[in-house]
Design a protein around this ligand. Structure first.
Ligand SMILES: Nc1ncnc2c1ncn2[C@@H]1O[C@H](COP(=O)(O)OP(=O)(O)OP(=O)(O)O)[C@@H](O)[C@H]1O
Length: 587
C-alpha cells in the first residue's frame, strides 16, 4: 500500500469519535471470529478426503461434515454482526461529520461560502461524506478478512509443505507489485481527478441556475460550451488515466484467477515422485482455488480507500480551518451602544474596498448610507454583522471590539434585512417566527401587519400555514422583503441594518412601509442603505460613500447646503421622480 493510503487511512480513523472507535474494534473482533470460521471447513475437507481415501470411519466423516456446516453458520453470524456494527459506525460518523461541517460553515468567514459554488459545497456535504460509508461500513471489517484468510492459509501451508507454500506466493507477489504501481499512479492523479470532477459539478449547477437568464438573453452556446468543456476534460482525463494503468490493472486482476496454474504442476510433480500423497495433492488444489479469491477484493478496497483517504484529508483540512475569532462573552449582554468604525480597512481580496474608514453612529441614531454603486455600502453592514473580519482597524459596539463579542451575542443584537431575502421551505408563520422562535400568534400577526404582509398572507391558499419554497408557493421579491421585515420587527434587536430593504416594493407601498418603519425604528440604532433618497431624507445623519471613503457627512439639509455629491444625487432623484410623475399625468 502506498504511503498516501496509509496516511489517508490514519486520517479516516481520526475522524471517528470515541464511541465509534470502540464499535469499530468490536466489528473487527467479530470479523476475526468469522475469519477463523472460514478456515475451519478446509480442515474438515482435508479430513473427509482422508476418510474417503481410506474407506474407513464413516461416522467421523459425518462429524467433520457437521463441523463444516456449523463453521459456515458461525461465519455468517459473525460476519453479519461485524457488518451491522460497522454500518452503525459508518452512519454515526457521516451524521457527525455533516453536523460538524454545517456548524463549521456557520463559523467560517462568509468569504469561504462566497468563493465556493453551492454545487461544490453540496458535493462536500452530501457526496463526499456519503462516499466514506464504503470505508467505515465495508472496508474496515472486509479488508481484514481479505488479508487474514490467505495469511492463515499460508501459515498452515508453510507447516504442511514449504514448497507448495512458496509456489502459492508467486502470483501474490506479482499481484502486489502491480497493485503498488497502480496505487502510485492513482495517488498522482487523485488531486487532478477531484478538480475536474468539481469543475464538472460546478459548471452543471451554473448551467442549470443560469437557465432563466439564458432563455431571456440567449448565450446558451457560450454557457453550454463551458459545461461541455468540463465534461470533455473530465472524460479525457479519466480515459488517459485508465490507458496508463490498463496493463497493471488487468495483470493484477488475471494473475490471481490463474493461481492454480502455478500450483497444479508443482503439486502434481510432488505427487508423482511420491513426496506427497493423494489427499495432500487434492487439498493443495482445493486450497489454491480458495486462497486467491479474498485477495481479489483488495484492488477495489485500495481504489475506494484512495478516494476516501483524499476526501478525509480535505474534510479534516476544512474542519481545521480558522474560524472567525469568537471569544465567548462573559456577560449575557446585548450590545446597543454606539457603533464606532476606527480606521477600518477591508478588501475581499487584495483590492481594498474600504480604506482607513472612521465614523461613529450614536446609540438610537438613524443613519443613511448613500453613494454610487460599488462604493462599499453593503460591505459596511456585512462587516458590522461579521460576515467578514476587518483587515485593519477596529469596529466596536458599546465600546467592545466586535471580534471580542461572541457571534451568538452579536447575532442577538442585530436584525439585518438584505436586498436578496431568502425564505425557507416551511410555513409562512415559521418563516416569520425565525425572528423570535417563541413568538405568540398575536406577536406574529402584529409583525406581519406592520411589515404590510398580513393582507397578502391571508389571501394565500392556506394563509399563515402556506408552505414556501420549492414544493410550495413562490413569493415575489417585494413580498419576501416584507416577510424579512416582519422577522426583523419580531426580533426587536437594538441594531437594525436595512440594505435596500424596500427596493423591490412599489413606491406607494414603500412609502407606507417607510412610515411604519420610522415609527418602529425609534429607540433603535439604524443603518439604512438606500438608492431612493426619499427613504433617508429623515435620517439623523447621512454618510455619502464613494470608493470606500466618506465624502460627505451630515443630515439632508446640511448636505443640500454643501451642494456637492449629495446635492447632485438629490437633484437627479427629484428629476427621476418628477419625470415619472409627468409621464403618469400624461397617460
Ligand atoms: N463577496 C465579494 N467578493 C469580492 N468582491 C466583492 C464581494 N462583494 C462585493 N465585492 C466588491 O466590493 C465592492 C463594494 O461592494 P458593495 O456591495 O459593498 O457596494 P455597494 O456600495 O453596496 O454597491 P450597490 O449600491 O451596488 O449595492 C464592489 O467593487 C464589489 O464588486
Amino acid at each position: 500500500m502506498s504511503k498516501y493510503i496509509i496516511k489517508g487511512t490514519k486520517v479516516l480513523l481520526e475522524l471517528l469519535d470515541k464511541k465509534s472507535k470502540n464499535n469499530m474494534i468490536k466489528s473487527i473482533l467479530a470479523d476475526l471470529l468469522s475469519v477463523a470460521c472460514s478456515i475451519m471447513p478446509m480442515f474438515g475437507l482435508y479430513n473427509i478426503i482422508n476418510i474417503i481415501l481410506r474407506k474407513s470411519d464413516t461416522k467421523g466423516m459425518f462429524i467433520w461434515a457437521g463441523v463444516i456446516f456449523i463453521s459456515i453458520i458461525l461465519k455468517i453470524i459473525f460476519h453479519g454482526k461485524a457488518i451491522r456494527i460497522s454500518h452503525i459506525v459508518a452512519y454515526d460518523t457521516l451524521y457527525n461529520l455533516r453536523k460538524e461541517l454545517i456548524y463549521k460553515f456557520s463559523r467560517l468567514n462568509q468569504g469561504y461560502m462566497d468563493s465556493n459554488s453551492s454545487g461544490k459545497l453540496k458535493n462536500i456535504i452530501f457526496d463526499d461524506i456519503e462516499s466514506l460509508e464504503q470505508f467505515y461500513g465495508h472496508h474496515i471489517p472486509e479488508i481484514l478478512s481479505s488479508f487474514l484468510i490467505p495469511l492463515v492459509m499460508e501459515i498452515i501451508l508453510l507447516i504442511l509443505d514449504v514448497r507448495i507454500a512458496l509456489v502459492m506466493l508467486i502470483p501474490v507477489i506479482i499481484f502486489l507489485i502491480c497493485l503498488h504501481r497502480t496505487n502510485v499512479l492513482q495517488s498522482k492523479n487523485f488531486e487532478q481527478m477531484f478538480i475536474t470532477q468539481q469543475n464538472l459539478n460546478a459548471s452543471m449547477v451554473e448551467y442549470i441556475n443560469a437557465m432563466k437568464e439564458i432563455k431571456i438573453f440567449g448565450g446558451n452556446e457560450k454557457v453550454f460550451w463551458r459545461f461541455q468543456q468540463s465534461v470533455d476534460s473530465y472524460k479525457e482525463f479519466m480515459v488517459k488515466w485508465f490507458k496508463d494503468s490498463r496493463y497493471l490493472m488487468t495483470t493484477s486482476d488475471i494473475i490471481l484467477s490463474s493461481g492454480i496454474v502455478f500450483v497444479f504442476p508443482v503439486a502434481g510433480y510432488l505427487y508423482i515422485n511420491g513426496s506427497i500423497d493423494i489427499s495432500k495433492f487434492l487439498l493443495y488444489l482445493f486450497v489454491s482455488l480458495c486462497f486467491y479469491s479474498p485477495l481479489a477484493k483488495i484492488p477495489q478496497f485500495t481504489d475506494v480507500l484512495s478516494i476516501n483517504a483524499h476526501i478525509a484529508e480535505r474534510l479534516q483540512m476544512l474542519l481545521n480551518m480558522q474560524e472567525l475569532k469568537n471569544h465567548d462573552c462573559q456577560k449575557t449582554c446585548v450590545y446597543d451602544g454606539d457603533i464606532i468604525f476606527d480606521n477600518v480597512s477591508f478588501g475581499y481580496d487584495e483590492n481594498k474596498v474600504i480604506e482607513n474608514l472612521s465614523f461613529t453612529i450614536k446609540k438610537n441614531q438613524v443613519v443613511g448610507l448613500v453613494g454610487p454603486s460599488g462604493g462599499g455600502k453593503s460591505t459596511i453592514t456585512k462587516l458590522i454583522s461579521r460576515f467578514w473580519d476587518v483587515n485593519e482597524g477596529k469596529i466596536s459596539i458599546d465600546g467592545v471590539d466586535i471580534k471580542e463579542i461572541s457571534t451568538e451575542n452579536l447575532a442577538k443584537s442585530i436584525a439585518y434585512v438584505t436586498q436578496n431575502v431568502s425564505t425557507f421551505h416551511m410555513s409562512v408563520r415559521d418563516n416569520i417566527k425565525m425572528g423570535k422562535p417563541d413568538a405568540t400568534e398575536e406577536e406574529i400577526i402584529w409583525a406581519a401587519k406592520n411589515a404590510m404582509c398580513h393582507d397578502f398572507i391571508i389571501k394565500l391558499p392556506k394563509g399563515y400555514e402556506t408552505l414556501l419554497g420549492e414544493d410550495g408557493i413562490n413569493l415575489s421579491g417585494g413580498q419576501k422583503q416584507r416577510i424579512a421585515i416582519a422577522r426583523a420587527l419580531l426580533k426587536n434587536a437594538p441594531i437594525l441594518l436595512l440594505d435596500e430593504a424596500t427596493a423591490y416594493m412599489d413606491p406607494d407601498n414603500e412609502e407606507q412601509l417607510q412610515k411604519v418603519l420610522t415609527r418602529l425604528m425609534k429607540n433603535k440604532t439604524v443603518i439604512m442603505i438606500a438608492h431612493r433618497l426619499s427613504t433617508v431624507i429623515d435620517a439623523d445623519k447621512i454618510l455619502v460613500l464613494d470608493k470606500g471613503i466618506i465624502k460627505e457627512e451630515g443630515n439632508h439639509n446640511d448636505l443640500i447646503e454643501v451642494g456637492k455629491i449629495y446635492k447632485k444625487m438629490w437633484d437627479s432623484f427629484k428629476y427621476g421622480s418628477s419625470w415619472t410623475l409627468r409621464n403618469k399625468e400624461a397617460e
